[in-house]
Ligand binder design. Structure first.
Ligand SMILES: O=C(O)CCC(=O)C(=O)O
Ligand SMILES: [Fe+2]
Length: 364
């Protein structure tokens, strides 16, 4: 990226536009990873003022991309949460069916919309995205190189103890004693993403990403009716792994199942109870869409996210089919059956009835 482009990108983040007044002050605290240090298969992060990061970046660049502080990468900054009404970007139509952010927005606790910015040479170690979500990423400026592996290929990139590789380009992978399956691994799909381009990463595809130039991007994780079964499978697998890990205490510990749910939440960010609440919110929003269009005068005040109107009735009906399928599967799941049913409001059977009723009314 040339000097001018970097300047305009930085101006974008420091401009005088009213909503960005504070940006210019750079008082925001942003998460910054040190790409030169490996800590549990990731890079250690610290929170620093944006102003300090921009100063670091300028100095790092002026010193020929070297710095005593190492190569620092500002990543996973929830800019959308700081400026919910900024209107800096709108989500492309094909990515708008977004259950993940719809849920987290509704409980106002979190979101999965991020801004990344880092100098040439900054990178993200090998990983798959949170709870098997999809991601899309748009380059505001700069270029990225993506190394992508189809689902399953990661099995060849684990060491003897089952730990995932940190850097798929490291020569340590060639050591057969450490990585016995590496020789069976296929070459990654390599994609260079240029400025203004958007890349889609499908669910469960492991990847490693390099900034080939100074780069600013918007990265957004989401999932929807097309992948909700994959998320549900993933949660079941993760719970099983947790249970295996602490199996020896099953008969010696009160509340063993609750502990497993707690560990599941700390590993994945969500437990079975919250997953149920998530499906409930998604289903109820779609029920509201269908009621509002059914001419039912009692439904005149129904509220639901604006995107659901854009996506249309068929989308809401499809989503209800999908929530119905997953809820039905949950009802036959032993671990779900062990949750305290007093905490499930409404009862899953009643939620399923609500879904069936509205679907019948609309489709009849
Ligand atoms: O751009 C990066 O450094 C990593 C992005 C990423 O992993 C993603 O968007 O899923
Ligand atoms: Fe990722």
């Amino acid at each position: 990226m040339d000097e001018e482009t970097l300047k305009s990108a930085l101006v974008f983040f420091q401009s005088d536009r009213p909503s960005y007044g504070e940006f210019r002050k750079g008082d925001f605290i942003v998460p910054v990873a040190n790409c030169d240090v490996k800590e549990y298969n990731a890079n250690p992060k610290q929170n620093i003022p944006l102003r300090d990061y921009l100063n670091y970046w300028r100095e790092h660049r002026e010193s020929g991309y070297s710095s005593p502080q190492g190569c620092l990468y500002m990543k996973d900054w929830h800019m959308h949460r700081v400026f919910p009404d900024h209107g800096v970007y709108s989500t492309p139509l094909f990515f708008q069916s977004d259950w993940l952010n719809e849920y987290w927005d509704s409980i106002q606790l979190d979101d999965y919309r991020f801004v990344y910015m880092g100098p040439k040479g900054s990178w993200t170690p090998f990983h798959a995205d949170v709870i098997r979500s999809y991601s899309w990423s748009a380059n505001i400026c700069g270029r990225k190189k993506w190394l992508l592996f189809p689902p399953g290929e990661e099995e060849h990139l684990k060491d003897r103890s089952g730990n995932l590789a940190y850097d798929v380009q490291s020569t340590v992978l060639q050591d057969k004693d450490h990585y016995p399956k590496y020789s069976q691994c296929s070459q990654p799909i390599e994609v260079v993403q240029n400025v203004g381009e958007v890349i889609f990463v499908p669910s469960g595809w492991y990847h490693q990403v390099y900034n080939l130039e100074d780069t600013i991007s918007i990265n957004h994780n989401w999932l929807n009716g097309c992948s909700i079964d994959i998320m549900w499978q993933f949660l079941q697998q993760e719970l099983k792994a947790v249970q295996e890990e602490i199996r020896e205490w099953e008969n010696h510990m009160e509340g063993w199942n609750q502990h497993c749910q707690l560990l599941l939440k700390s590993c994945t960010g969500i437990n079975y109870h919250e997953f149920y609440s998530f499906l409930k919110i998604i289903a109820r929003n779609r029920i509201a869409v269908l009621e509002a269009t059914s001419g039912d005068s009692a439904a005149i005040h129904s509220t639901f996210p604006a995107e659901l109107s854009t996506l249309g009735l068929c989308h809401s009906v499809f989503d209800l089919h999908r929530t119905e399928d997953v809820l039905t599967s949950m009802l036959t799941n032993e671990n779900f059956g062990m949750l305290d049913s007093d905490l499930l409001d409404p009862r899953p059977e009643d939620l399923l009835d609500e879904i069936k009723e509205i679907k019948d009314a609309v489709l009849s």
